[in-house]
Design a protein around this ligand. Sequence first.
Ligand code: ZN
Ligand code: ZN
Length: 453
Amino acid sequence: MANPCPKKRLPSTPRRIRPPFVWTAKADALLGTTTDAAIAARLQILPESVAMRRRKLGIAPFNTAVVWVAWTKKMDALLGTAPDPVIAAQLRIPAPSVGTRRRKLGIAQVGNAVVKWTAEMDALLGTASDGTIASQLGCIPETVGERRHKLRIARFSTAALTWTKQREALLGTDTDPAIAKKLDLSPGQVRLRRQSLGIPTAKPHPEALKKIIARSGALPVPSQSRATTSTGRQFLIDQPHVQRARTEFADTEDMALTAYLERELAEVYSKSLHPPSCPYCRSRRTILQQKPHGCHPLPRFACRTCKQNFNRVAGTPLFRLRAAKLPLFIRLLSQQIPYNVAARRLGVSIDAIQNWAKKFRIWLLQLDPTGKWEKKVRLGIKARPHIRCPRCGVDGEKYLNGYMPNGERRLCCPACGTAFGISDAERLAQEAVRLEVFHDPGKAALDTETSDS
Ligand SMILES: [Zn+2]
Ligand SMILES: [Zn+2]
């Protein structure tokens, strides 16, 4: 290929960039016929590239579960007498192998509907694990589970069998979920045992929450702002986590971060001909090698110490990012919105947003190792509220569960199932809601980056 830019010297850097692989119809035809790794080896590209292309074209992965089995007449005779997974379990071979063989011999599949539940069979439910009963009945465990759910029979558990007097004394003293938590059982097991002993349930809500709140009305309201912190990162508690119909995301842009990044971006993409120090060896012995022109909008420099050529973007994590969308993207970095919303706003893929967010967070840590600026990034990071439950006293994570009539977020206690408005919970618990990050898609990359350097 001819050098498209005659003024440009061929790079002296040893870094060789492989031209992007072009998917031909012939290459596409290979997808799904064998494993991605085998195709990748044949095309001399990465297995990830093959998997990505395969998913893009909606082609199912090559089914490695269909292993070769030496089928005997005796084994063949079993096919179609029970659902494939049951036979597979009996023969100790993968279920897809059974299905493939059955279809090859033209034997019809036995569905789950064959089980006709008799009173005797129903009596078995819950006395052993679904899998054990399923193998006795010759059906798949899901069928047993479905029936068990329908009859509201608790899942078999060894713990359920050891009801001591001490444990039984607890029944009815609190809500079933609360007791289940104490005894390490499922609420269904507790409820079943309580019902079988004829113990009435402790009323889950003995007193209307409104009354409790009204009574404690005189309590001082803890000082709190809607933007609570978690390890220094600020979040708005009212912001939704996911995009639903009619979801409105408040504009949470941190103008200080945007201005900071705009300044840094302008410097990196500057056309100034003053040579910066070498990003590879930190040497100051650098000279201007090439003024910006035509297809190279950035000036290039050369290092006299290590003989590398570079521009100002080289050596930053922004190297080879699409520069055109970056000024818009930095305005999204501090927004408390999920990646998919950011992707839609910029008209790029979610993968691009994820990659950019990662690169920018690494860059922010490089620019300011104290992490002051990186902590202002909220894009894609999700936090859940923590507070002591005013009803059951369990401290820790609460779920966000819709909105109160007054428009504030409603919290739900996973331990006792009670729902509170945020301000009510804070007033009753006499503490402010803390937010803790529970989802940070960029954290792993950031951690490896900071531990490397
Ligand atoms: Zn150098
Ligand atoms: Zn609670």
